[in-house]
Write a protein that binds this ligand. Structure first.
Ligand SMILES: [Zn+2]
Length: 191
């Protein structure tokens, strides 16, 4: 079975908590890890091999994107899926978005598979899409997308800076549904 590398964004704890919602006491790095761990369970149950680039709440070596990419590449990952929570200065900013590297790659197809599952599961989550090239992903030269050998996507699940979405990100039922949607999207890629 295929080898899936899951990349929970940020090193966690005091090293790099990622985006933080101070009012609600939420740290992005923790949510990324919780949901990635659930994605892993689904994929392992379906027979995939899964490697997580970070498994602890705080893990110093993961503060290097180079380390994360080398981990995925040396393992021979077939896909890389990086999970993040979005953040903006405005509390109004909301929705989900997914990034791929520049140009047309298999990452685009993976992104579409994941987005299709997310929009099917979350009718209330705005899709922040870029349809210019005919698919919903946005393209950016993010390090984790650029320096991984396998098709890769970076998913910004929702905005931790938005009070309503922060409450969802912290909600175990929402986390479960998001993990299931991401896992299904990954499986769809191989159909
Ligand atoms: Zn992040």
């Amino acid at each position: 079975m295929a080898k899936i590398c899951l990349d929970p964004g940020h090193a966690g704890g005091n090293i790099d908590p990622g985006a933080v919602n101070g009012k609600m006491g939420l740290q992005e790095a923790i949510i990324n890890l919780v949901i990635a761990s659930q994605v892993k369970k689904h994929l392992v149950a379906a027979g995939y091999q899964v490697l997580m680039t970070r498994t602890k709440a705080e893990q110093v070596e993961t503060d290097s994107l180079k380390y994360r990419c080398e981990l995925a590449n040396n393992w021979g990952a077939d896909l890389v899926v990086s999970l993040h929570c979005n953040s903006a200065a405005s509390e109004q900013a909301n929705g989900t978005e997914i990034y791929t590297s520049l140009g047309e790659t298999n990452g685009d197809r993976l992104a579409t598979c994941i987005i299709n599952q997310i929009t099917a599961s979350f009718s209330d989550l705005q899709l922040r899409a870029d349809w210019d090239d005919g698919d919903p992903d946005k393209e950016q030269n993010f390090y984790i997308l650029r320096y991984t050998d396998a098709p890769a996507v970076l998913l910004e699940m929702a905005f931790i800076s938005n009070p309503e979405e922060a409450a969802k990100l912290a909600d175990s039922a929402w986390q479960r549904d998001m993990a299931r949607a991401v896992a299904r999207g990954i499986s769809d890629y191989f159909v």
